[in-house]
Design a protein around this ligand. Structure first.
Ligand code: NAD
Length: 368
């Protein structure tokens, strides 16, 4: 385990993507997004993804330098094709389109399809909140079927995150952002790589037994086994019994079927995200100051509940991420050795030696 500051991590990740053939701006965008995700505490969606992203680039599953194409559009909606570009570029462009429409008309909906991994969906809600918009996002991953429905044992859905962001005039936005599975796939990956264990009932075996063994998803480990091979014989469970399973079902339809990307179980090449995003402008719905005051009043009322466990805090959505950001900016980002090694190997596979990658992390300019 090591601790690394965000700037060093950003430098080495950006240099890796540049070495892999991405333009400097896109490399920085990917690095900023992944490292910011580690800052929020969601290590499952942070730099642990570098080897997978690089493998997807090399296999032609994701393409650098791509932009969105608008398929259908009117003043308040659009269907957007992501052209298998990096999610950090494509989702940003799709979000900006939704923001500009909602800023003019008070509401907009963008159905995005065929983007590579959009990462932490909260990033897009934060971008909308920075433009003073509420946003709601439903996401699916049609080619990545890992989650069993309530009362089932077979993989039938993806981990399907749902995210809602509320802008605040005077403080960090309120962001609810989670997978509809008991744990995000990346958290199983973190556990598989020796990091934080997942709960004992997060996964389900073919006979219906509950388990926390990540091998149920990823199968037996062997040296060099790619994390994209998920040949275990179990599934992740949907969270919240029939309620989470039903929400996940709706993500498949709202993100997958409506965008044209498709829902789980179809015949898809590669793993892409689809995302239906809805944007609402509090300024056009009414009085922003009154809205913000009511949001603050309710959040204070909510968090003023006596904690169930003495000494713990009752938090509003987004507060754990804010706390993690503050702590990790101060103390550095903890990285498992296997994750750091994965980054160095990914860099090496793109022609950037591990010595050079380490010196870039330590401050050597990426180009000399
Ligand atoms: P999680 O289970 O950690 O839940 C996070 C949410 O719960 C946040 O809104 C957080 O503020 C809130 N929260 C957490 N602890 C809390 C507490 N003690 N009190 C009050 N609120 C609390 O998240 P997850 O399901 O592991 O998802 C992690 C990330 O993975 C998310 O950013 C999600 O968007 C991302 N994800 C992406 C994809 C994709 O395909 N792109 C798929 C799945 C998940």
């Amino acid at each position: 385990m090591r601790s690394i500051d965000a700037a060093s991590l950003r430098r080495v990740v950006a240099a890796t993507f540049e070495a892999a053939g991405c333009a400097q701006a896109e490399s920085m965008r990917i690095a900023e997004s992944l490292v910011e995700t580690n800052l929020t505490g969601h290590d499952s969606h942070g730099v642990i993804r570098v080897p997978r992203y690089i493998a997807a680039l090399k296999s032609g599953e994701v393409h650098p330098g791509r932009s969105i194409t608008v398929v259908t559009e009117n003043p308040v909606m659009a269907v957007v094709e992501g052209n298998n570009g990096f999610g950090q570029t494509i989702a940003q462009q799709a979000t900006d389109l939704g923001i500009s429409k909602a800023a003019s008309f008070g509401v907009s909906a963008i159905a995005l399809r065929h983007t590579a991994h959009v990462g932490r969906v909260g990033e897009w809600a934060e971008r909308a909140a920075a433009a003073r918009l509420i946003s709601i996002h439903f996401v699916n991953v049609p080619g990545s079927v890992l989650v069993a429905p309530f009362n089932g044992v077979d993989r039938r859905m993806s981990t399907n995150p749902i995210t809602i962001g509320i802008p605040m005039e005077d403080a960090a936005p309120i962001i609810l952002d989670f997978a509809t599975s008991t744990v995000a796939e990346g958290k199983v990956l973190v556990a598989y790589k020796g990091g934080k264990a997942i709960p004992e009932d997060a996964l389900i075996e073919p006979d219906g037994q509950l388990s926390g063994d990540p091998a149920l998803l990823y199968g037996l480990a062997y040296p060099g086994k790619p994390a994209t091979v998920r040949d275990g014989n179990g599934a992740i469970r949907a969270f919240g019994d029939h309620k989470g399973s039903g929400l996940s079902f709706m993500c498949e339809l709202l993100a997958g079927a409506l965008s044209g990307a498709g829902a789980a179980g179809g015949d898809y090449a590669g793993i892409t995200n689809a995302m239906l995003s809805i944007y609402l402008s509090p300024a056009i719905f009414g009085d922003v100051a009154a809205f913000t005051t009511e949001v603050r009043r309710f959040a204070d009322f909510f968090t003023s509940s006596r904690p169930a466990v003495a000494g713990s805090d009752v938090l509003a959505p987004g507060e754990p991420e804010q706390r993690s950001r503050e702590r990790r900016k101060r103390e550095g980002i903890p990285l498992e050795d296997a994750v750091w090694e994965g980054i160095l190997q990914a860099a090496e596979s793109c022609g950037l030696s591990r010595e050079r990658a380490e010196s870039i992390a330590n401050g050597l300019p990426a180009r000399t």
